[in-house]
Design a protein around this ligand. Structure first.
Ligand SMILES: [Zn+2]
Length: 793
C-alpha cells in the first residue's frame, strides 16, 4: 500500500505515545532498583525509583544506551544502534539513596591494577589465597599490598567484602594522597570570584544593583564541607570591569573596602597581594559595604564599550596569585568591542541560520577565547557566563571559555531586573551551590573489546583519554561514544570504570569511582530488548549538535533519518516475526525512536532558523552539550501538564493541603490535546509557558489573575499574582514543583490562543507540523516507514 494512502488512515492516538510509555514504566518499575547484577536495564529517567547500590553504579550516575552488548562487532554494526554512556559523576540523589561513601586508605592510597591502573572495585577477582587479584579491564594480575591482604572465604570472596565499599558498591570515593595532587601539594579550598560588567547596559537594566543586593544570600549557598575536623570555607573575591578592571580588597580588618584599578588591560596582572580573596563570613561587613558601594559608584556610567578577555584573565591571575583553583561567575552584557585583547567584530548574519553556510556563524570568529579557555582549564579555573544582552554578543565565540573549563552558559535577552531578576538570582544560587568538584580529571576504563572514542560535553582534553574539567556541577553530564572492535564473551561481560579525580569544596583531593557491568549477547533481539532509548537520543543529539560546526544541517539530518531507518529495518529483518510488508514493526524499547528523531530534527539546537537570533541558537547548542538524560529527554519532548480541566474550573472540591498536591499527569505534545476550557503548563527545561484557553471558567481566571476573562489577562507578566485563594495557591504550587525538577530557572511566558507569542509556544508542541521544513509525527512515521521498506527491498 502506498504510504500516502496509509497516512490518511493513521490515527495519531494509535501511534506509539511517549506519555503512555512513561506511564507504563512508572506503573511497573517505580520503587527500589537494586544494582546487583551486570546488564540490568534500569527504569526510565521519568520513573521515580530509588537506587540500591549492590555492586554497580546507579543509573543517575551512569546510563548506557544498551545493557546487553553483542558479542561480535559485526552484529553491532549491522544494527546501527549507537553504543554510548551518559555520565553524571556528581548527580544529585533522591531521598533514600546513599551518597557514595568516602574510603581513606591513608598513606597506602587506593589499591590499583599494576598494569592499567584501574581502581579496586567489586569486579576484581582475588586469587592465590587472596595474595593476588585479576583486573577485569586488562586481565593482568597484581599483587595485593600486604596492608590490604585479607583471607578468602569458601566462595573465593574476601572475608571483608561487605566492610569495604570498594569491594561491594558500584560508587564510592577514595581520599587522594599527595601523589594525586597538583605539584604534589594538598590543595586549598577552591575560591569563587564574581566578575561583574558595570558598563551602561548592566547598570541600566538593573542587573548590577540586583546582583549586589542578593550577593549576601547567594553566598550562603556556597557548598560547605568540613575536612579533617577543620571547617573548609571557600573564599570569595570581587572584580568589576567595563574598559578597565577593578579589584577589591575586602580584608576583614579594613574599615571599608578598597578598590584597585588596572587600566593597562593588555597585560593583566594581580595588583593586590593580600585581601582579595576572603572568607565571606569573616569579611561579611566589608562585603556588605562593597555591595552598597558598587551600584552607587557606577550608577552614572555612560560606558557602552566593554572588554571581556582581560576581565576573565584578571580572575585567573587572582586565582594563580592565591595558589588555589576555583571558579569565575562572569556577568557580561555586550559584544566586547573596546580596544583590548579579545576584541570582537559584529557579524550578526542570522539569515545564514538553517542554510549550508550556517557553520560560519556558529563557529568562533577568533581562537582568542579558546586559548583563554585552555589557559583557565590548565589552571583549574572554571568560567560560568551569565550573559544579559540587548544585542548580538557572539556567544559562539565568547562561550568557548565556558565550554573548555566545564562552565555553563546562561542567557537573559533584554534583561530587566523586575522581569528576569528572580530567574538570574535563582540560576546563580543553584550554580554556586551545585558546583561540587573542582580541578578534575576523568578517565573511563573499559574491558577489552570495547573502548571510549568520542567525548561530548564541556571540558578540555589535551590527550585522547583524560577529560579535564575545571569544575563539575551536579547537573552536568558527559556523553561518551563507545566503539566495539573485538569479540566479547558472555562469561567476561563488558566492564566500565569511571574515575574522577577532583578537589572537593572543602579542599580535599578525592577520587570518585563509578563501576558498571553490562551483559554480552549472541542474539540481536537481546540487544534490542536492552536498549535505553533516552540515552541513545542523548548521544545522537550531542553528536548532531557537535557536527553543526563542520557539516551542513541537511547532511546531519539525512544521516539521522538513515540511521534510524537502518536500526528499525535491521530489527524488522532479523528479530520480528513474519508479517505483511506494509506493517510497521517497532522494537518495544525503541518504539518511540521515530517520534524522538523527529523531535531532534526540529529542535532549536539543531534546527533553529532565522526566526531566532544567532546567540539564541548558540545558547541552545551549549545548553544541550552538558545535559543529562532526563534533561535531554525534556528538551526533545517537552512536558505538557494540564493545570486545570473543566471539572476543577467549575469548582471541584478543593484540596485541603496544598503542599501535598500531586502533579497532574502530562499529556501528549499536540494541539489536539489542548482544550479551550483548559490551562496547560509546557516546559522543556529552557522555556516555560502557561497556555490559557479562552473558555476557562471565569471563577478560575478571577482566582488566579484577578481579572474577569482570559482576554483581560496582562500577558507581559512573568510571575503569577500571589493571591490568597486555593486556585492561585494551587497553580503557583504546581509551577513551583515543575520548576524545581529542572536545572535552570525558567521564565514563565503567558500565552492565549491567537496571541502574538502563540506561534513560539506551538513550536514546542512537537507532534505537530510547523512550517514547510518540518514534518508532523504522523508524516515522519510514514516517511520513515517508506525508508525502512526501501532498505528491506
Ligand atoms: Zn588492569
Amino acid at each position: 500500500m502506498p504510504p500516502q494512502q496509509q497516512a490518511r488512515r493513521l490515527d495519531p492516538d494509535q501511534m506509539p505515545s511517549a506519555i503512555q510509555v512513561m506511564e507504563d514504566d512508572k506503573r511497573s518499575r517505580s520503587g527500589p532498583f537494586a544494582t546487583s547484577q551486570k546488564g540490568l536495564v534500569p527504569p526510565l529517567v521519568t520513573t521515580p525509583f530509588v537506587t540500591q547500590d549492590q555492586g554497580n553504579s546507579g543509573p543517575r550516575f551512569v546510563r548506557s544506551s544498551m545493557y546487553s552488548v553483542p558479542a561480535l562487532p559485526d552484529m553491532m554494526k549491522q544494527t546501527a544502534v549507537p553504543f554510548g554512556l551518559v555520565i553524571s559523576p556528581f548527580a544529585q540523589l533522591e531521598e533514600g539513596e546513599q551518597p557514595p561513601p568516602v574510603v581513606d586508605m591513608g598513606e597506602l592510597g587506593p589499591v590499583r591494577c599494576g598494569r592499567c591502573k584501574a581502581y579496586m572495585c567489586p569486579f576484581m577477582q582475588f586469587i592465590d589465597g587472596g595474595r593476588r587479584f585479576q583486573c577485569p579491564f586488562c586481565k593482568a594480575t597484581s599483587e595485593v599490598p600486604s596492608e590490604y591482604f585479607q583471607h578468602l572465604d569458601h566462595t573465593g570472596s574476601r572475608m571483608d567484602k561487605y566492610q569495604r565499599p570498594e569491594l561491594c558498591l558500584g560508587s564510592y570515593e577514595f581520599v587522594g594522597t599527595k601523589d594525586y595532587c597538583r605539584n604534589n601539594v594538598f590543595p586549598k579550598p577552591p575560591a569563587y570570584i564574581f566578575v561583574l560588567d558595570v558598563s551602561y547596559n548592566n547598570v541600566k537594566s538593573g542587573l548590577v544593583h540586583l546582583l549586589c543586593q542578593n550577593i549576601k544570600s547567594i553566598l550562603q549557598n556556597l557548598p560547605r564541607e568540613s575536612v579533617g575536623g577543620q571547617k573548609g570555607g571557600a573564599r570569595v573575591g570581587f572584580i568589576t570591569y567595563s574598559k578597565e578592571v577593578h579589584f577589591y580588597n575586602i580584608k576583614s580588618s579594613l574599615a571599608q573596602p578598597q578598590m584597585m584599578v588596572v587600566g593597562d588591560v593588555d597585560d593583566m596582572f594581580m595588583p593586590l597581594l593580600d585581601g582579595f580573596l576572603c572568607d565571606p563570613v569573616e569579611s561579611e561587613n566589608i562585603i556588605d559595604q562593597l555591595m552598597v558601594q558598587i551600584p552607587a559608584m557606577f550608577a552614572d556610567s555612560r560606558e557602552t564599550e566593554t572588554i571581556l578577555g582581560p576581565a576573565i584573565k584578571a580572575g585567573l591571575e587572582a586565582l594563580k596569585a592565591a595558589e588555589c583553583v576555583g571558579k569565575l561567575l562572569v556577568f557580561h552584557s555586550s559584544l566586547p568591542i573596546a580596544e583590548a585583547p579579545g576584541r570582537l567584530k559584529s557579524r550578526d548574519e542570522r539569515k545564514l541560520l538553517g542554510t549550508e553556510k550556517e557553520k560560519t556563524v556558529l563557529s568562533p570568529q577568533t581562537t582568542f577565547y579558546n586559548q583563554l579557555g585552555q589557559e583557565c582549564a590548565g589552571f583549574g579555573c572554571r568560567v560560568d557566563l551569565f550573559v544579559a544582552n540587548n544585542a548580538f554578543v557572539d556567544l559562539a565565540t565568547i562561550g568557548q571559555v565556558a565550554r573548555l573549563t566545564g562552565g555553563q552558559v546562561y542567557k537573559y535577552t533584554y534583561f530587566q531586573a523586575d522581569l528576569d531578576g528572580e530567574r538570574l538570582v535563582e540560576d546563580v544560587r543553584r550554580n554556586v551551590e551545585q558546583t561540587v568538584a573542582f580541578d578534575s580529571i576523568m578517565r573511563v576504563r573499559t574491558s577489552t573489546g570495547v573502548r571510549p572514542v568520542d567525548f561530548y560535553g564541556h571540558f578540555f582534553m589535551s590527550n585522547t583519554t583524560d577529560v579535564e574539567t575545571a569544575g563539575i556541577d551536579s547537573d552536568q553530564a558527559m556523553t561518551i561514544e563507545i566503539k566495539h572492535d573485538d569479540k566479547l564473551t558472555d562469561e567476561d561481560g563488558v566492564y566500565i570504570q569511571v574515575a574522577v579525580l577532583f578537589t572537593s569544596p572543602g579542599g580535599q583531593r578525592r577520587l570518585r569511582i563509578h563501576n558498571l557491568g553490562l551483559s554480552v549477547c549472541n542474539q540481536m533481539a537481546d540487544l534490542y530488548r536492552s536498549c535505553d532509548l533516552d540515552t541513545v537520543m542523548n548521544l545522537l543529539m550531542k553528536q548532531s549538535v557537535t557536527k553543526l560546526t563542520e557539516s551542513s544541517p541537511k547532511q546531519i539530518k539525512d544521516g539521522l533519518i538513515n540511521r534510524s531507518a537502518q536500526i528499525l529495518a535491521c530489527y524488522r529483518k532479523n528479530c520480528a516475526s513474519p508479517s505483511s510488508p506494509g506493517q510497521l514493526i517497532l522494537p518495544e524499547c525503541m518504539k518511540l525512536l521515530p517520534l524522538y528523531i523527529n523531535c531532534l530534527l526540529n529542535c532549536d539546537a539543531l534546527s533553529g532558523g532565522s526566526d531566532m537570533s544567532i546567540d539564541d541558537r548558540t545558547f541552545n547548542m551549549f545548553a544541550v552539550q552538558t545535559m543529562h538524560v532526563g534533561a535531554s529527554l525534556a528538551y526533545l519532548y517537552p512536558r505538557l501538564v494540564p493545570i486545570v480541566d473543566a471539572a476543577t474550573a467549575a469548582g471541584a472540591p478543593e484540596q485541603e493541603d496544598q503542599q501535598l498536591l500531586l502533579l497532574p499527569s502530562p499529556v501528549r505534545c499536540t494541539v489536539d490535546k489542548l482544550r479551550d476550557d483548559g490551562v496547560y503548563c509546557l516546559d522543556n527545561g529552557i522555556h516555560m509557558f502557561l497556555w490559557i484557553g479562552l473558555s476557562v471558567s471565569p471563577e478560575w481566571i478571577h482566582g488566579v489573575f484577578n481579572t474577569n476573562s482570559a482576554a483581560q489577562i496582562d500577558i507581559d507578566r512573568t510571575k503569577l499574582l500571589e493571591l490568597d485563594n486555593p486556585r492561585s495557591q494551587e497553580v503557583r504550587s504546581v509551577i513551583g514543583q515543575l520548576r524545581s525538577t529542572r536545572q535552570r530557572h525558567m521564565r514563565l511566558t503567558l500565552v492565549r490562543p491567537r496571541d502574538k507569542l502563540e506561534f513560539v509556544f506551538r513550536k514546542f508542541l512537537v507532534e505537530d507540523k510547523h512550517g514547510d521544513a518540518s514534518s508532523s509525527y504522523v508524516d515522519f512515521l510514514c516517511h520513515l516507514h517508506k525508508e525502512i521498506r526501501n532498505l528491506l527491498n
